[in-house]
Structure formats: structure tokens, C-alpha cells
Write a protein that binds this ligand. Structure first.
Ligand code: FAD
Length: 375
């Protein structure tokens, strides 16, 4: 029997582990982190590397360690120039090094369990069953799975395109040009930059809306009491969902990426087209206005479905434990992010309590803080 089981070892699950251990609320031998991958934050590393992201969008104070200045101090000690711009956004490799260092400090490997959770039941304590049949008993659970395995695939592209965050995709160097990247947000922009460097003049970025330029994916007021206080006073969860939708700058890009794309476009290395695709075949995308775009490869950078993660065990758990969900399907939890006694959530699952930042690194920090503060 262990004290804590964390389902999901991405940024969120790892932040929770760090806060639990460093606050002394548990010890590493009384904790398990169960994850599909063999290493912490594997999906984060894969996705960010794949799109060639050089710097994080978020500032230096957003990381997985407890002390807000931990990453800043790490930078000072490395005497490096790994922080970018006014908001000191960390370079990806540097952020990953720091995370690895923090996880090494808490000896995370001791708690790591590779496997897929397929059932969670309560039997005096929680019983987690893995796909292998192995069972883990825990006093408390944190569900830290994301929506990052629910890619959004538009109907017109169903069979002939791949999603940038599919488990396996070909090496960009081996793509067949012309290449079309579909999407108007930051992932599409990074991908377009990476691909047009390989196939200048044979890369198109196809988007449905004008570029939405914002520093962050929601207003910084959402990081603290300025916006959070009012949000928490909203009793109607449907209204909270509407506020979250309106606050998130979905499909937005940073100013520096906007200018980068413009430079590539000016040099005719990248074509940028706005419009509504309706169908595609092996060589062509047909648009609603009947124009055509040549495409031998189509990469979708269309984000993720926003619905509640559709893992069957989660649906069963909701039914068995009669867990409260809002109209949008997402959990209604208390201030400590507890869904029912000894069952906590983070990330998108905590969105109706944490607000628009819930999916981000800042949301992971605030969720971990809240869980730990009330133990
Ligand atoms: C390209 C990209 C760039 C981003 N940049 C930033 C940024 O700069 N700043 C910022 O704040 N946010 C950023 N984000 C948003 C967010 O911080 C990341 O998506 C982050 O990785 C989310 O972490 P997570 O732990 O919720 O999800 P994930 O990394 O998806 O981790 C969830 C884990 O749960 C595991 N899991 C799922 N189901 C099961 C199961 N049944 N059993 C066992 N394990 C399971 C998975 O294996 C996975 O490892 C970015 C997102 C993307 C995609």
C-alpha cells in the first residue's frame, strides 16, 4: 500500500510529485507515478522537439519546482543566456535540463511505474489496475492526464493527413513536398518555420482565421487574484466554462513568430493562405471558394479535442463514485481540487476550479500548491 498514486507523469504529474515530496507531505517510497512512457515528461519532450520549438511561451517563473525563482537561479548558476526577452522565456533545452535536475533531486525514478491505468476502484483504499494486470493500492490519487492524446482531426482531412502530435510521424526531412501545414496557432507556426527551412518555396501554411497575436495564451490577470477572485465567485459552472472559453487566446501566436512567418513569406519560402478547406486527394486540397492548393503531404496542427478525456476507466469511475460533473462533462471539485475524498485532479480536469491557465505550467504549479496546502 502506498500513500499517493499519480496517474500521468507529464508536466502536471511531475509538478505534483515535486510539491508533495519537497513539502514533506510524503516520501518517494510512498509515492508511485504511473505513466505510459518510460521517462517523466516524455510526451512534452517529444511534442516540443518535433515542432522545433526553441523557447517556451511562458516566463521563467513557470516550471515544475516549488520555489518560483528556481529556474532563474539555475540560469544564474549556469551563467547562460538561456532566457529570452522581457518575460525571460526559457530556452526549451534549458527548461528540460532544469526539470530533469529537479526530478533527480526528488529521486523520481524510485516512484516511476511505466504502465497504463485501465481501472480505478475504491475498496476501502483506491485500487488501480494496470493493463498488465498488476494492481496498486493507494490512499490518495491524483489524476493528471491531459487531453493531449485526443487530436482534433477535421472531417475533410480524415484519411490522408497526419496530426503533428500523432504517436509516430515521419521525419520532416523525408516528407514529400509540397507540404501544407493546417492551423493558425503557435504549433502550426513553429511547424511551418521548421518545414519551410527544409522545403523553401514548397511549404504552405493554411489557416482559417487571421493571425491572433498575443504574448500568452490568456491574459496574465488569470495568473492571480485580479481575474481569479471573480472567477471563483461564479457559482454556475456553465458560466465558468463560457468565461474560460472567452479568456483563452486559442489558436494564437507570439509577436516574434508572427514576424518570423512574415519574413519567410517575404522571401517566398513560405506561402500563407487563409480559407476553408473542404476536401483533399493525394495531390490537392480543394477550398470552399473552389480554389486548389497543391499538397503531397498534409500536416494537421489543429490542436486537441476539448472534451473530457474519453478513457473508459474515467467514465466508469465517475459512475461508480457518483462524481459531480458540470454540463461540459468536466469535474466539479472543491478548492483543494478534490473530486471526492482522497481523489484529486490537475490539468484540464481542474479547469473549472483553476480557470483558463489550468492546462499550462502555471496551472500545474497552482494545482500542486492547492493540493499540498490543504493536506
Ligand atoms: C507544443 C506545445 C508547447 C507548449 N508550450 C507551453 C509553454 O511554453 N508554457 C506552458 O505553460 N504551457 C505550454 N504548453 C501547454 C502544456 O503545458 C503542455 O501541454 C504540458 O505538456 C501539459 O502537461 P500534462 O502533464 O498535462 O500533459 P501530458 O504531457 O500529455 O502528460 C499526461 C501524461 O499522462 C499519461 N497518461 C494518460 N493516460 C494514462 C493512463 N491511462 N495510464 C497511465 N498514464 C496515462 C501520458 O502517458 C502522459 O505522459 C504547450 C503545449 C504544447 C503541445
Amino acid at each position: 500500500m502506498i500513500e499517493w498514486a499519480i496517474i500521468g507523469g507529464g508536466i502536471h504529474g511531475c509538478t505534483a510529485a515535486t510539491f508533495l515530496i519537497k513539502s514533506g507531505k510524503t516520501s518517494i517510497d510512498r509515492l508511485r507515478i504511473i505513466d505510459l512512457y518510460d521517462k517523466p515528461m516524455a510526451r512534452w519532450r517529444r511534442n516540443t522537439k518535433r515542432i522545433g520549438m526553441e523557447y517556451l511561451r511562458s516566463p521563467v517563473v513557470h516550471h515544475i519546482d516549488v520555489h518560483p525563482l528556481s529556474l532563474q537561479k539555475y540560469s544564474d548558476s549556469a551563467k547562460s543566456r538561456d532566457l529570452y526577452g522581457y518575460y525571460k522565456r526559457p530556452q526549451l533545452d534549458f527548461f528540460n535540463d532544469h526539470s530533469e535536475n529537479v526530478l533527480y533531486e526528488i529521486n523520481i525514478q524510485k516512484a516511476w511505474k511505466q504502465g497504463k491505468v485501465v481501472s480505478v476502484k475504491r475498496n476501502e483504499r483506491w485500487v488501480l489496475t494496470l493493463e498488465s494486470g498488476e494492481q496498486i493500492m493507494a490512499e490518495n490519487i491524483i489524476v493528471a492526464i491531459s487531453v493531449n492524446e485526443q487530436p482534433m482531426i477535421p472531417e475533410w482531412a480524415h484519411k490522408r493527413a497526419f496530426h503533428i502530435f500523432d504517436e509516430q510521424i515521419p521525419d520532416f526531412k523525408k516528407l514529400k513536398p509540397p507540404v501544407v501545414i493546417v492551423g493558425g496557432g503557435i504549433t502550426a507556426a513553429h511547424t511551418a518555420v521548421a518545414v519551410s527551412q527544409l522545403f523553401p518555396g514548397k511549404t504552405t501554411l493554411l489557416k482559417r482565421h487571421p493571425f491572433r497575436v498575443h504574448f500568452f495564451d490568456s491574459d496574465p490577470g488569470w495568473l492571480g487574484p485580479k481575474n481569479q477572485t471573480g472567477f471563483r465567485k461564479i457559482e454556475d459552472y456553465q458560466q465558468r466554462r463560457e468565461v474560460i472559453k472567452a479568456a483563452r487566446h486559442k489558436g494564437s501566436i507570439t509577436q516574434e513568430l508572427f514576424y518570423k512567418l512574415a519574413r519567410f513569406q517575404k522571401r517566398n519560402e513560405l506561402q500563407i493562405i487563409s480559407g476553408e478547406p473542404i476536401k483533399m486527394n493525394e495531390t490537392t486540397i480543394t477550398m470552399k471558394d473552389h480554389s486548389n492548393i497543391q499538397a503531397k503531404t498534409v500536416i494537421l496542427a489543429t490542436g486537441f479535442k476539448s472534451s473530457l478525456p474519453s478513457q473508459p476507466w474515467l467514465q466508469k469511475l465517475i459512475l461508480n463514485e457518483n462524481l459531480q460533473c458540470a454540463h461540459c462533462g468536466y469535474p466539479i471539485v472543491n478548492e483543494s481540487l478534490e473530486w471526492c475524498p482522497h481523489l484529486f485532479v490537475m490539468g484540464p480536469l481542474a479547469e473549472l476550479e483553476i480557470g483558463p491557465i489550468a492546462r499550462n505550467i502555471s496551472g500545474a504549479r497552482q494545482a500542486a500548491e492547492r493540493i499540498v496546502a490543504n493536506l
